[in-house]
Design a protein around this ligand. Structure first.
Ligand SMILES: [Zn+2]
Length: 213
């Protein structure tokens, strides 16, 4: 991030309230834009028609945003808000929205993640759980690996008594192409520690309100 850029300073000085500033790596944008310009040509489009003139750059920026998880360190996110606490009951963060890209087709998959852990000496700021999910989701992924990466990160960083992760998602690579199953939902789950025992797992499943696992 370059905060010395005079354009940025002007924007920040003129703001009335909250201002969201998107920043991109200019070299990557140029390189990605060139690649997407070639894609437009290869699919037979006229890349000079008005509606497409800025498309390569827009897609380049979208792609940089959609994969910004590579620049995030989920372990650091959890370490930054880890607090000592004696609470030893289940903590659940459910219905975390996820938007990811399948690594086989670079098409979106999206849905909800439900995460639970049972603390052992340490808890974490609740907003950090969705941020860990986001850090792994905003990469090229498969749903299975996304699920276990979230579990393992929480397990290794907080060393809780148990971790549970359930993800339900729609995959556009299934819905728009291939077998065109429009309403299928893929569910993945990963459990560790106390969640490997039936009673704790059932309690978690009933608390997130699901019947299919
Ligand atoms: Zn796919």
């Amino acid at each position: 991030m370059n905060t010395n850029d005079p354009n940025d300073m002007r924007e920040e000085n003129n703001m009335d309230g909250y201002l969201k500033i998107d920043k991109y790596n200019p070299e990557k944008i140029t390189s990605l834009s060139n690649a997407y310009l070639q894609v437009l040509k290869d699919i037979g489009e006229d890349s000079n028609r008005e509606g497409l003139l800025k498309t390569p750059e827009r897609v380049a920026k979208a792609m940089q945003f959609l994969t910004h998880g590579y620049d995030l360190d989920p372990t650091e996110i959890l370490h930054s808000a880890r607090f000592r606490e004696d609470y030893q009951q289940m903590v659940i963060v459910k219905d975390i929205e996820i938007y990811s890209l399948c690594e086989h087709h670079i098409l979106p998959f999206f849905g909800k993640a439900h995460v639970a852990y049972i603390p052992d000496k340490y808890i974490v700021g609740l907003s950090k759980i969705p941020r860990v999910v986001e850090a792994y989701a905003r990469r090229l992924q498969v749903q299975e690996r996304l699920t276990t990466q979230i579990r393992d990160c929480i397990q290794e960083t907080l060393k809780p008594l148990g971790v549970a992760v359930v993800i339900e998602a729609h995959h556009l690579c299934m819905q728009m192409r291939g077998i065109q199953k429009q309403n299928s939902v893929t569910t993945t789950s990963a459990f560790h520690g106390e969640f490997e025992n039936d009673r704790t797992r059932s309690e978690f499943i009933s608390l997130i309100g699901k019947r299919f696992i």
